[in-house]
Design a binder for this molecule. Sequence first.
Ligand code: PGA
Length: 250
Amino acid sequence: MRIPIIAGNWKMNKTVAESVAFVNQIKDHLPATDQVQTALAAPALSLVPMVQAASGSPLKIMAENCYFEDAGAFTGEVSPHALYQAGVHHVILGHSERRKIFGEDDEMINKKVVAALRNGLCPIVCCDDTMGRRVANDDKIHWVVGRILADLKGLTTDEIRKVTVAYEPDWAIGSGQSADPSQAEEGCYLIRQTICDMYGDDVANDVRILYGGSVTPDNVSALMAKNDIDGVLVGSDSLDPETFLKIVNH
Ligand code: PGA
C-alpha cells in the first residue's frame, strides 16, 4: 500500500522565526504517519531549527534543492551530505521554478537525484508539464515520458523505490487554476506507466506520485481520490497554518 504524502513547498518565504512558529502551531494536529505523511519544504536557513522543532512529531522537514556534489568549491550551494547530517532527509529536486528561473536541465537534475540518494536523502522529483492546458495527447505523453526517463536515468531498483515524483503542470502552478482530477490523474498515470516500462509492475506500484499546482482545501479530496495520485505538493496554500492543516486533514 502506498501511504499518501501531503507536502508543503514554501519556496522563498518565511523567516526562521516564522518557520519555527509554524511548526509549533501544526505539529500536534497531524495525522498518524501510517495514514498520511506530512512534510514541509522550507528555505535552507530555516531547516535546522525546523527539524529541532518538529522532533518527535510526524512532520518531516524537506529541503527545496541541493547540489550534486557532497562538498567543495561551489559557492552558495547546499550540500546533500550536510543536509542529511543535519536531520533533513528529504529534498525537492527539479521544481519548475528551478528549471525555468535557474536554468536547471534534465542532466543536472539527474545528477542531483543520484547525489541525494547517495547521501541517504529521499528526493521528490518534480516533473513539470509545460504543454498547454489542452494539447494533443501525443505531445503530452512525449513530454512527461521524456522528463522521467532523463531525470531518473540510471537509478537502481532500490533507489527508485525511495523516489517520489510530483506531476506539476506549469500552467497550474501558482495560477489558482488546478488541473481537474482527471487531467491530474492522466499525468500521474503516464508517469507510473513510464516507471513500469523502466522497472516493472512491482516497482511502479510502490512509487508514490503526487500532483502539484493550485491545490487547496476545496480540491484536495477529489484529486487524492484518483488511483494514481498518492498525495499533493502544495505551494501557496501551505503558507498559512490553518489552511495547510485543512489540506492535511481533509
Ligand atoms: P501552488 O504551487 O500550490 O502555489 O500552485 C505548487 C508548487 O509550486 O509546487
